[in-house]
Structure formats: structure tokens, C-alpha cells
Design a binder for this molecule. Structure first.
Ligand code: AMP
Ligand code: MG
Length: 412
């Protein structure tokens, strides 16, 4: 099989992914999920014409030649229903959100009036009909779709669900994800220290990447580089919707992952991608499971997660926007590029006049996890690039944690 470009490999993955059916979720657990149903308004909101201000509801014709003195016939608080009709020469004291009484066609804010007594007020300025009245149904009309299916539930959407009295909503089911590391050289987090071994970082970095999407994965542990044990572990992983297996996907004599997956009936779609870091990257489909064979090197494994697993998981979750947001930044130094693979350089971002500056996190070896731990983005060096120079505008894919900065950003 040929090497695929990053784009072709992403397409191959996404073409085979679909959402996983739906389930009902309570409002308190709905943040970040994706609606599988249209949410409709169950009433007009506001349910009647209401005041937008604390002030007086009046007949605009009465104050056309302001100042004018009006008689106050009642007090209407939010939650009250008006009892009286406002006649010529009259008004009602009204609070924000309270229903506008019959007869009144405008509201004037209290700042433009002057109290004369408990029952009399002087109106200082003229107002037009409908002034400071929020129309019935202005926010939403009974029956209208306020959140279409496919909406990612943000805090604002949670507010909308509550506004239409939905205590639960139908959302796409979350995938069940298993994570498996492979390699005789690996030592588990709770194993005794062994100077000759390499700590299994991938299980945990991948766990965190999955968690950042709101999904709790199961860690299956470490499979030895021995076909029997590997097969047993992979079989467990094939009970899940998604299996992420790192290491052992290359062409070394002890890289048994691919043949073992194939022996278990997984149809491999690709196992090499023209990218750096990360080219021994495999993807296959089993009856129940999408299988991602990620490179063993920790940085490669994380970058391949970003490029292939993240969009796939987001598609399963029902999201339409499956890719990371990119921004354009000014590169602060030269970057060499002497091969024809797409490269993902770990960068930090800083704000500057007119945008952002991108600076490499330092040594970019695919085993140097520190380069990933401080990275805010992946700068994309296209396969065709012959290198990039300081000052050039580059594309950066944002990583988790890149939403924040230490200053508010300006004088507002
Ligand atoms: P492999 O793809 O199995 O040949 O692994 C490539 C490199 O990644 C080797 O140096 C491994 O020791 C390292 N590696 C593989 N799996 C892990 C892991 N789970 N955590 C940290 N390093 C790993
Ligand atoms: Mg290995």
C-alpha cells in the first residue's frame, strides 16, 4: 500500500465514520454534547408585550408636547398582571419585564420623569409609540426551532434549553474508547521502577486527549510484543467503538500489531501517512470498532491523535465542525524542511499587534514529549514547502489549552 497524504488519510478516516445513535441526557450533563433533535420554543417569549425599563407605561400621544403631568393609576411589578386600562392622561408605574397594560403604547424610563406625588408624575420628554416595549415573541415564538439538531451544546445553549423548559434532550451517544499500549520495553505507571524500561506515557497522554473531548476512555494496559498476548489484548479492544493502540505499527520484526489486527478480521485502510512526526500510522475497520494504530513515539502518537482520531471522535459525537480551529501567525524564526512529508511543528503562540507570533517549542524529536507539553499549537509545514523563513505567515492548528492568555487583550 502506498503512503497517503495527511489530507487523503483524514478523508479516508472521516468517510468511514458515522455517529452512534442517540440517547437522552439531563441538562446538567449536556455541556459539549450534540443535539440529535430540533429544540422548539414551547411559548412566545416574552409571553406578552413587556417593559424594557423601570419607568411608566403611557399613551405616547399624551406626552407629544412634553413636559406633561400624568396620573399614576397602578404599580405593575414583573410577575404581576395589569388590572387597569391606561386612559388619556393616565399612566402606570412599571418595572422591567412587567406586562404593558391595555391602553398604553409606550414606556418611558424613570430617568426621564420626575415624581410629583404618589399619584402624579411629570414626564419630561416625548416618546414614540412602542418606545422601550419588548414585543411579545421577540426572543422566541411558540413552535419555532431555537436550537437545530447538530448544535453543539454550549453554556448559552444550556440556557436556551432551560428557557424552553427542557430538562433533558436527545443527543448523540458518546463512543466507548479503549486505549492499549504495546511494547516489551514499557513499564506501567504503578510498576516498580526499572532503569531499563520506558514509562508508558502514551496511555495517559491519549487518555487526556480523549478526556478533553468529554469522553472517559478505558485503559487496557500494556500488551507485550508477543503475538498471543497482543491478540488477547486487541480482542478486548475490539469490543469497543474505538480502539487506540500505540506502538508496534511499524515494520520492525516485533511490530505485530498490523498482522494481528488483520488476523482478527480488521480491514486495514492504510498504515502509512506522509507526515512528520508520525508516519507509521494505521487505520482499520472491524465489525464493531474503528481501530487507530498510532506510532509508539509519544509525540507522534499525540500528533496523530490530533490529525486523525480527534476529527473521527468529533464526528461520532455528531459534531459538524470536526477539525481544530486554525489561525495565521507570524513565524519568529526559520524552519528547515528537507523532505516531502507534511510536518507538524509544536509551537507556542504570543499575541502581538495585528495577530499572533508562533515560536517553536524547541527540539522537535518525536520522542521529546516536552515539546508537546508546552505547545499551544501545531504549525503546519506543507509537504511541498522548501522551508519557511522568519516573518512568514504560517498556519497553526490550536491545541487544548490555547484558548487562554494572561492579559485581557486591550482597553475595552
Ligand atoms: P514502536 O512504534 O513500537 O517501534 O515504538 C517507537 C518508539 O516509541 C520506541 O522508542 C518506544 O519505546 C516508544 N514507545 C512506544 N510505546 C510507548 C509508550 N506507550 N509510551 C512511551 N513511549 C513509547
Ligand atoms: Mg514497539
Amino acid at each position: 500500500m502506498e503512503y497517503l497524504t495527511v489530507t487523503a488519510a483524514q478523508q479516508c478516516v472521516l468517510e468511514s465514520i458515522k455517529s452512534l445513535g442517540t440517547e437522552s441526557v439531563g441538562l446538567e450533563n449536556s455541556l459539549g454534547r450534540v443535539l440529535a433533535e430540533d429544540i422548539r420554543a414551547n411559548r412566545d417569549q416574552p409571553p406578552y408585550d413587556v417593559s424594557a425599563m423601570d419607568g411608566f407605561a403611557l399613551r405616547s400621544a399624551d406626552v407629544a408636547n412634553a413636559p406633561a403631568v400624568l396620573e399614576i393609576v397602578e404599580d405593575i411589578k414583573a410577575g404581576d398582571m395589569p388590572q387597569k386600562t391606561v386612559l388619556a392622561g393616565q399612566c402606570a408605574r412599571i418595572m422591567t419585564g412587567a406586562p404593558v397594560p391595555q391602553g398604553a403604547d409606550a414606556v418611558i424610563r424613570v430617568e426621564d420623569t420626575q415624581a410629583l406625588s404618589d399619584t402624579q408624575v411629570q414626564i419630561n420628554v416625548a416618546v414614540k409609540s412602542r418606545n422601550d416595549i419588548r414585543d411579545r415573541g421577540e426572543s422566541m415564538k411558540n413552535g419555532e426551532v431555537v436550537l437545530p439538531a447538530g448544535t453543539e451544546i454550549t453554556p448559552g445553549a444550556v440556557g436556551m434549553l432551560a428557557m424552553v423548559k427542557r430538562a433533558s434532550a436527545e443527543v448523540y451517544r458518546m463512543p466507548r474508547v479503549a486505549i492499549l499500549s504495546t511494547g516489551d520495553e514499557l513499564e506501567g505507571l504503578n510498576d516498580p521502577f526499572d532503569a531499563n524500561k520506558i514509562p508508558d506515557a502514551n496511555s495517559y497522554a491519549l487518555m487526556a486527549q480523549v478526556q478533553a473531548l468529554g469522553i472517559t476512555p478505558d485503559l487496557l494496559g500494556i500488551a507485550r510484543d508477543e503475538p498471543g498476548h497482543l491478540k488477547e489484548m486487541l480482542q478486548r479492544g475490539l469490543q469497543y467503538d474505538v480502539l487506540l493502540v500505540s506502538g508496534g505499527t511499524s515494520v520492525g520484526v516485533h511490530d505485530y500489531v498490523r498482522p494481528t489486527l488483520e488476523a482478527l478480521g480488521v480491514q486495514m485502510k492504510f498504515w502509512r501517512v506522509e507526515m512528520k512526526p508520525g508516519h507509521p500510522m494505521a487505520f482499520g475497520i472491524a465489525p464493531l470498532t474503528w481501530v487507530f494504530g498510532l506510532p509508539g513515539n509519544p509525540v507522534s502518537s499525540m500528533v496523530c491523535f490530533e490529525e486523525f482520531v480527534l476529527p473521527a471522535l468529533r464526528r461520532m459525537l455528531g459534531c459538524t465542525r470536526v477539525h481544530r480551529r486554525t489561525l495565521t501567525a507570524r513565524l519568529t524564526h526559520d524552519v528547515k524542511h528537507k523532505h516531502s512529508r507534511t510536518e507538524f511543528v509544536r509551537v507556542m503562540l504570543s499575541r502581538e499587534a495585528g495577530g499572533y507570533a508562533a515560536t517553536s517549542t524547541g527540539a522537535q524529536g518525536s520522542g521529546i514529549l516536552a515539546s508537546m507539553s508546552v505547545a499551544e499549537g501545531l504549525m503546519v509545514v506543507p509537504a511541498t514547502s522548501r522551508g519557511m523563513v522568519a516573518g512568514e505567515q504560517v498556519t497553526v492548528q490550536l491545541l487544548d489549552g490555547a484558548e487562554y492568555q494572561n492579559e485581557a487583550g486591550g482597553e475595552w
